[in-house]
Design a protein around this ligand. Structure first.
Ligand SMILES: [Zn+2]
Length: 622
């Protein structure tokens, strides 16, 4: 008799597959735990995230849905749990479709067996929800998935280190002849030098054969590695390709905790600086230094990239998280973890605060972390590289405990970095913030220059020749600034305001500019003398006259420093002078740079006093 009130009992199908792989667990982790790439490669349909609609899910659980062979499949996914680079797993509980439960656990064990360094064990426990599941699971999972997964893992394994790029490439060409004609037509606007031609070819290949998840978020730094071309050149090329109408920019706002992209905009003036993260359940303010990053994607007329997601929460969605574990109320777990030296923190989702730890040689090799309503203790904790950690949940709630690196990923291209680039300002002169919007860009080196005695120059050699010299000096200055990845923010008469990401880049560019001005001088003529002041500190980006500009104390101070320059020296604030890179530069160039402290102090805005320093490049020719 068929009884709808009682769920039919189905057996649990348990599968365990093993593969021996040539790379080490550390090398494989980035690919094997990239569930987005893997699900796409296995041919699973993209998922719809229904989490926000349903409500009531805690600890980063997701409600997800897709259609497979026309059948709706819907499930709640527990947070992935992992310990990098050894293990990850997830549990899914289904409310629609042929499956009731599925648990996947993947282990990467280090082995030494001839050519093989890793034993990959893939465990799947799967319970049917209905007779269709009972029939389909042994075929779909037991036979088809086993063969298919093995092929994919072996493909990743054989490409790592040799031709990593082929992992993000497919055999099928996604471009039709119309797309290709359009690319060539638009590419005519790109520079014709050797580097550009080389990169054009690489980009065409990527647009033709790249997988969709990869193309939906092109990162300049990963492309620089894959193409083996220096990062600044790749970034500039991608900006040029955007100007030419092949790519488009995506300004992504990253959550400071999970670092996931929460909002994405094509233009800076669409950006709203207050953002909410669903996963972490926090509100935050975007700043250019950390939370706004730039990625690219092809424009739809070149290649349609739907931006579909194939997995929303696998370990590679948050690669800075080393360990993530779900602990039941009063639960406890002990795990052994391998950690590289550096700064980390423990935190629990939806709990305030965190516990900072440092990993150093000789640190504790055993440690117990207690998660409670009382918060974290602030002891200075030092852990060893190989540590056994006990996680203990003293609270009466389930806790998602996370161990993560505190350093921001250096894979991201930050808005602070891009907006301080000359090529960005040249190509997207109207790309600015919304009027009235102010956004922190972190610290910049701000440079002010002016020509010494330019009024005398006009009087002495006449207006037209003097004007020519002044214009040439702008070109010289710009060339030296671009060489150091800085940018001219604006010119005011003969004066220039420029911005750099680091103090040493600013100092090198200015030494270069003063030297170049000397070299460019005709015989018998007095060289133009460039007065320079440099300060380094936090700045705020604003929209001023439709251009991206900076303001703040740092800018005001830098403007005042320039007044102390004689035109044969560079005036540095204490913040610049004491920067480790400058200290090193002065020590190394001791024969070529004289430096002294100026006998004055600048008053800041709250009565603070600043020391001021002068460096003078010593003339080597004489
Ligand atoms: Zn978040």
């Amino acid at each position: 008799m068929y009884n709808t009130g009682n769920k039919m009992k189905y057996p649990v199908f348990k599968y365990r597959w093993r593969w021996m792989l040539k790379n080490s667990p550390e090398e494989l982790w980035k690919y094997i735990s990239n569930t987005e790439l893997f699900n796409h490669d296995t041919g699973l349909p993209p998922v719809n995230d229904l989490t926000a609609d349903g409500g009531e899910l805690v600890n980063a659980r997701h409600r997800l849905k897709f259609y497979r062979l026309g059948i709706p499949v819907e499930w709640v996914e527990e947070p992935f749990q992992w310990v990098r680079p050894e293990r990850f797993g997830v549990l899914r509980e289904y409310s629609k479709g042929p499956v009731a439960f599925m648990r996947v656990i993947v282990n990467l064990n280090k082995i030494e067996d001839g050519d093989h360094k890793t034993l990959l064990t893939y465990d799947v426990d799967i319970t049917p929800r209905n007779p269709l599941g009972l029939l389909a699971i042994p075929i779909q999972v037991g036979l088809i998935s086993r063969i298919q997964f093995g092929k994919i893992f072996n493909r990743y394994d054989s490409h790592i280190g040799i031709s990593e790029r082929s992992i993000v490439f497919e055999e099928k060409n996604h471009l039709n002849s119309g797309n290709i004609d359009r690319i060539h037509k638009r590419a005519a606007a790109l520079p014709k030098d050797e580097t550009s031609n080389h990169l054009k070819e690489k980009l065409l290949n990527l647009l033709s054969f790249g997988t969709e998840p990869y193309l939906s978020q092109l990162k300049p730094r990963t492309l620089s590695v894959m193409w083996n071309v220096p990062y600044p050149e790749v970034l500039t090329f991608l900006l040029q390709a955007t100007r030419a109408g092949i790519l488009q920019m995506q300004w992504e706002i990253l959550c400071p905790l999970c670092r996931g992209a929460k909002e994405s905009y094509e233009h800076l003036d669409e950006l709203d600086s207050s953002v909410h993260c669903e996963t972490c359940n926090i509100d935050f303010n975007a700043n250019f230094e950390q939370s706004v990053s730039l990625t690219f994607r092809p424009v739809a007329a070149i290649r349609q990239v739907r931006g579909e997601r194939f997995c929303v929460a696998g370990p590679q969605v948050t690669p800075h998280i080393i360990m993530q574990q779900l602990l039941p109320p009063e639960g406890m777990k002990t795990l052994s973890i391998q950690l590289e030296e550096g700064a980390y923190r423990f935190r629990a989702l939806d709990s305030p605060g965190n516990q900072l730890v440092r990993v150093v040689a000789g640190g504790d090799d055993k440690y117990k972390i207690i998660v409670s309503e009382a918060g974290w203790d602030d002891n200075d904790i030092q852990l060893s590289h190989d540590v056994s950690i006990t996680l203990q949940n003293d609270s009466s709630h389930e806790k998602l405990v996370i161990l993560e690196r505190t350093a921001w990923s250096d894979e991201a291209t930050t808005a602070a970095e891009v907006t301080a680039m000359q090529s960005f300002r040249d190509l997207f002169s109207s790309e600015a913030l919304r009027p009235g919007q102010e956004i922190s860009v972190g610290s910049l080196a701000i440079v002010f220059t002016d020509l010494k005695a330019s009024t005398n120059l006009y009087r002495r050699i006449g207006d037209a020749p003097a004007f020519g010299l002044v214009m040439d000096h702008f070109d010289t200055l710009k060339a030296e600034i671009v060489k150091e990845n800085g940018s001219i923010v604006k010119t005011i008469g003969d004066a220039v305001m420029a911005a750099f990401r680091s103090p040493d880049a600013a100092v090198r560019a200015m030494i270069g500019a003063q030297e170049a001005l000397k070299l460019n001088t005709n015989k018998g003529q007095d060289p133009l003398k460039l007065k320079v002041g440099i300060h380094w500190g936090p700045c705020i980006a604003v929209n001023l006259n439709e251009r991206l500009d900076y303001f703040g104390t740092t800018v005001n101070m830098a403007a005042r420093l320039e007044g102390f320059s004689s035109g044969e020296d560079i005036i540095l604030s204490e913040a610049v002078f004491e920067d480790p890179a400058i200290v090193k530069m002065i020590a190394e160039k001791s024969a070529k740079l004289d430096c002294d402290k100026i006998d004055t102090t600048l008053k800041g805005f709250e009565g603070e006093k600043f020391n001021v320093f002068r460096i003078t490049p010593v003339n080597q020719e004489g």
